[in-house]
Structure formats: C-alpha cells, structure tokens
Design a protein around this ligand. Structure first.
Ligand SMILES: [Zn+2]
Length: 202
C-alpha cells in the first residue's frame, strides 16, 4: 500500500524463496540485474527460465541433467565400480572440471545438520545403499564438504555403509589444512590433492 511498485516487492519476495537469499541478498541481486542494459537482463532471465525448465536430477545419481539419466551415468567410459558421494550437484561438476575422475557420482542433496533440522532421512541415502547393492563398487569415496557438517555426514555414511557392506572400501578425501570450507571453493590443485590423499575410514 506504499509507494514501492508492486513489481519490485513481488520480485524481491520471489527471490527470497531461494535458500540463502534474505532481504538484502534478494535486493542486491534484483537491483544489480535492473541496472544492466535491457537486452542483457532479458537474455539472462530467458537463459535461466530455459535452464530451470530443462534441468532436473538424474534418476540414477541425482546430478542435474537435461536427460532422464545423465551423461556420466550412461557413459560406457565411466566405471560404476567407483562411486563418489557429494552434497550437491555443483560439487560433482566441480570435480568433473579436473577431468581426471572416471567413476560415477551420488548426490545427497545436502548434509546432516540437526540445528537446521536436516536429518539423515532428508538426504538421498536409501538410493545410495540401493546403488551400492546393485553395482557392488570396489570403493565409495565420501567427498562431502571439508567442514563440520560435511565431516559429520561422511562419518554417518561410513557407519551405515560399513554395517551393510562390511567388505566395501570406504574412503574420505583428505583436505588437510583446507578444512573449514566448501568443496567448490577449492582450487583445482587442492581438490586434486584431496582426492589423491584420500584415506580409508577405520
Ligand atoms: Zn547420473
């Protein structure tokens, strides 16, 4: 009922539906967008609209893809004997950037965080167990984020996996000094090292 255009108020409310975007974040995003030349902002919105319409989680691993089964899962060059577990689709694509990994992924869709009300049941864990059962991998690499929640999630998964598959090799990528951050923020070199320095869960 004030002097602020309804279009602005509505846009800001919509953007705030994205987790992590509060009033300030939404405001920053929207006003920065508005400042761009007309053809650029229209192009950005058009690209986003097409992307969100086409992208959906791979029915097998959970990675965002435009197909029912993603290119990684359906590639004969990728081994299902090696499964890397990540929190988000973006983490898997960060690892892909290195171009070295030859296995497949499994996206959890987050991490265990009791304070945020995220329990193991909220993550894509049943599907992981089902895939391990089906593919009988030689190794499952836990590549959740190098921070407290990521570590807790990895420990939980290791426990559950060990109990059900006693002979499975379960490893955690070694972050060393890089602890306390997010996988996608690591430099390629550090991420490559983290993979090479992975250690077996006791
Ligand atoms: Zn997939």
């Amino acid at each position: 009922m004030g002097f602020v255009p309804e279009e602005i108020e509505k846009a800001l409310r919509e953007i705030q539906k994205i987790p992590g975007y509060g009033e300030r974040g939404a405001s920053r995003f929207f006003y920065s967008l508005l400042k761009l030349p007309q053809k650029d902002k229209v192009e950005i919105i058009k690209t986003l609209a097409e992307a969100v319409k086409k992208l959906r989680p791979c029915e097998e691993c959970g990675i965002y893809t435009t197909k029912r089964i993603c290119d990684i899962c359906s590639s004969p060059e990728r081994s299902k004997k090696l499964i890397t577990v990540v929190e988000e689709s973006s983490d898997a694509y960060t690892i892909e950037r290195l171009g070295k990994y030859k296995g497949v992924y499994h996206v959890l869709g987050g991490h265990i965080a009791p304070l945020e009300g995220i329990a193991p049941e909220d993550l894509n864990i049943d599907k992981l167990l089902e895939r391990v059962e089906r593919y009988q991998p030689v190794e499952v690499i836990l590549a959740t984020n190098p921070n407290t929640e990521g570590e807790a999630t990895a420990s939980y998964l290791a426990k559950v996996l060990k109990k059900r598959f006693p002979n499975l090799r379960i490893t955690r990528i070694g972050f060393g000094a890089a602890f306390g951050t997010y996988l996608e923020l690591l430099e390629d070199f550090s991420l490559g090292e983290a993979f090479e320095n992975r250690k077996e869960f006791p």
